[in-house]
Design a protein around this ligand. Sequence first.
Ligand SMILES: NC(=O)c1ccc[n+]([C@@H]2O[C@H](COP(=O)([O-])OP(=O)(O)OC[C@H]3O[C@@H](n4cnc5c(N)ncnc54)[C@H](OP(=O)(O)O)[C@@H]3O)[C@@H](O)[C@H]2O)c1
Length: 265
Amino acid sequence: MQIADKVVLITGASEGIGAACAAAFGRRGAQLSLAARSEDKLKQAASEAGTKDTLIVAGDVTSGEDRKRIVERTLERFGRIDILINNAGVGLYAPSWEAPFDQLRSMMEVNFFAAVAMTQLVVPQMKRQGGGCIVNVSSIAGQIALPWFTLYSSSKYALGAFTRGLRMELKHDNIHAIEVCPGYVKTRFQDHVLAGAPPEGVRKARRFAITAETCAEAIARGVERNRRVVVTPRSGILLIALSRAFPALMDWQLARMYHKLKSNG
Ligand SMILES: NC(=O)c1ccc[n+]([C@@H]2O[C@H](COP(=O)([O-])OP(=O)(O)OC[C@H]3O[C@@H](n4cnc5c(N)ncnc54)[C@H](OP(=O)(O)O)[C@@H]3O)[C@@H](O)[C@H]2O)c1
């Protein structure tokens, strides 16, 4: 899909990958509607995107009322929504076998239920318009279960399955769905986790992380080329292929890494 002049609604647009998407889609001539809880940071993201007529809507995607307001305000301003980027997301490091359920539910509310609910609000409009594109920002952790991040991985697997099924459901309505699987991206994501903390080794791996701008460019190109899945960096494709070809070996290696990370704190 061509991005110029399209109306793009981005959740989690106040910083990180969402704010970088605002800039990447803005550069390509999109009209932007940016949503997140922090109005101040949204204003900054909008000014950095450098587009005229950018709408910002402060709201929490886990609130039904806020989600409705985000979509309604976007339609009032622009009259259509061509691309929805479900990007808002949070992490959780507590081990799966002892994580408090309220934390797990909070994470699922943001990473999965909010994305489904936003999609349900936007798809009827896309059908009326004759098409659109839903971009769900998952993770490599949604393709390979990471033992230091089991529950987060589970939320992203759910988002991935939703995206694949949705794409087939809406194929004949000219509505495409893209699953985005970034590896480690240099954002403040690790500071925003709901519980637990990344093991020291995960923090150190940040030096291999890609920038939010690189990730956003890959997302914009994925939309332009109607990709089904966007993996960024591309080395992640090899990792995913290895995990499919040699699942037992991948389990063994990841379990080894996990126990090493735990013993090093
Ligand atoms: N960073 C990575 O290494 C990485 C790797 C793979 C996938 N991802 C995924 O990429 C997406 C973006 O992550 P990021 O790295 O950019 O994280 P980030 O820097 O922590 O940004 C998260 C964004 O989500 C928003 N957000 C969080 N909870 C929200 C809520 N309840 N309602 C509305 N907005 C909410 C935040 O804004 P407010 O606080 O203002 O609401 C912020 O704009 C997430 O889905 C994440 O799972 C990240």
